[in-house]
Design a protein around this ligand. Structure first.
Ligand code: NAD
Length: 316
């Protein structure tokens, strides 16, 4: 199989690339990325063809998609706060960008496209856990752009017979996630602060909860999906239904680093949802053999990676 990963220099994309290069089913791997948030260092040591540029550039996209059998489309401008500051850029990259990727796939006869949507599409819907067919209530431009991502993927399946699969990722964490920009996610920010013995900044009371999903589990499912060409008529939650609050994550990190961590509470952030947990019955039906990485193990692995590659101080 000739596989293209868009956004392959990013956090999830580079973890997937590392898994895919060792897979006998993947004969050729290429990556399309404009390095808006990803880095080439994420791909250090990997033998892959990198097409530099944007999914919004037709020529670049054509070059990357031509000859591919499958695409995992991860390129996007992630982050709710980023989209609140600049909704138009998020829309272009995430909504228009997805449509362009699907159109390129259609024109080049690509056999299968997997896209990345987000649990943020549930937004205002308080149901817990969230089944896929409940109502969506996006609370930010980012969430709207991800709703467009999955809707375009499914519309291409119905309208043009292009086999697609739209996953709703929940809070993915693990090695190679960035801690060092204004829109960094909570786990890498917490891990980095904990390892450096700095106070952890918590928006709100810290009782907000998330279905934290280790990137290894996510990538195993993505690769299995392309290997078996899994498609589905509805979006599929990709998380394991294990919801914990932020204070629990901090407590786990205290165990890992072996000391107390100072918490500093800030005002809650606009656009953030209070609780998030996947109903993952559809995921388990489609991918019965995949097992989640327990939070304790996932956080320890993440902390070890940050300690070796970013902080470079002894752990504990
Ligand atoms: P990331 O920022 O690390 O990766 C995104 C990659 O896309 C980056 O390498 C970036 O440079 C690239 N990119 C951005 N705009 C581009 C463009 N116009 N053309 C080409 N490349 C472009 O983020 P991530 O966490 O790895 O997220 C991957 C996907 O998963 C995104 O679609 C994101 O919306 C989705 N997602 C992630 C999470 C999570 O918890 N990490 C949760 C829900 C959904």
């Amino acid at each position: 199989m000739r596989l293209l990963i868009t956004g392959g220099a990013g956090f999830i994309g580079s973890n997937l690339a590392r898994l895919a290069v060792g897979d006998p089913a993947v004969a050729d791997l290429r990556i399309l990325d404009d390095l808006a948030t990803g880095t080439m260092s994420n791909l250090d040591g990997l033998d892959v063809r990198v097409v530099p540029g944007s999914i919004l550039d037709d020529q670049v996209l054509d070059d990357a998609v031509r000859g591919c059998d499958a695409i995992v489309h991860l390129a996007a401008l992630p982050s709710v706060p980023r989209s609140l500051r600049d909704p138009v850029s998020s829309h272009h990259a995430n909504a228009t960008g997805t449509l362009r990727v699907l159109e390129a796939a259609r024109h080049h006869g690509v056999g299968h496209v997997v896209v990345a949507s987000s649990s943020s599409v549930y937004g205002a819907n308080p149901t817990l856990p969230k089944p896929e067919l409940t109502w969506t209530g996006p609370l930010s431009p980012y969430a709207v752009s991800k709703l467009a991502t999955e809707a375009y993927a499914i519309a291409h399946q119905v309208s043009y017979g292009l086999p697609t699969l739209a996953f709703r990722f929940f809070n993915v964490y693990g090695p190679r996630q960035r801690h060092d920009h204004a829109y960094a996610a909570v786990v890498p920010r917490f891990v980095h602060a904990a390892l450096r013995d700095e106070p952890i900044e918590i928006y709100g009371d810290g009782r907000q909860s998330r279905d934290f999903t280790h990137v290894r589990g996510v990538c195993a499912i993505l690769l299995d999906a392309v290997r078996r060409r899994v498609s589905h008529p509805h979006p599929v939650n990709l998380a394991f239904g294990v919801r914990v609050d932020l204070l629990t994550v901090v407590a786990e990190l205290e165990q890992i680093v072996g000391r107390r961590i100072v918490r500093r509470h800030q005002a809650p952030r606009a656009g953030d949802v209070r609780h998030s947990e996947a109903d993952n019955r559809v995921l388990r039906e489609l991918f019965p053999q995949v097992r989640p990485v327990p939070l304790k193990e996932g956080l320890r692995e993440t902390a070890e990676w940050f300690q070796t590659n970013v902080v470079k101080q002894p752990l504990g």
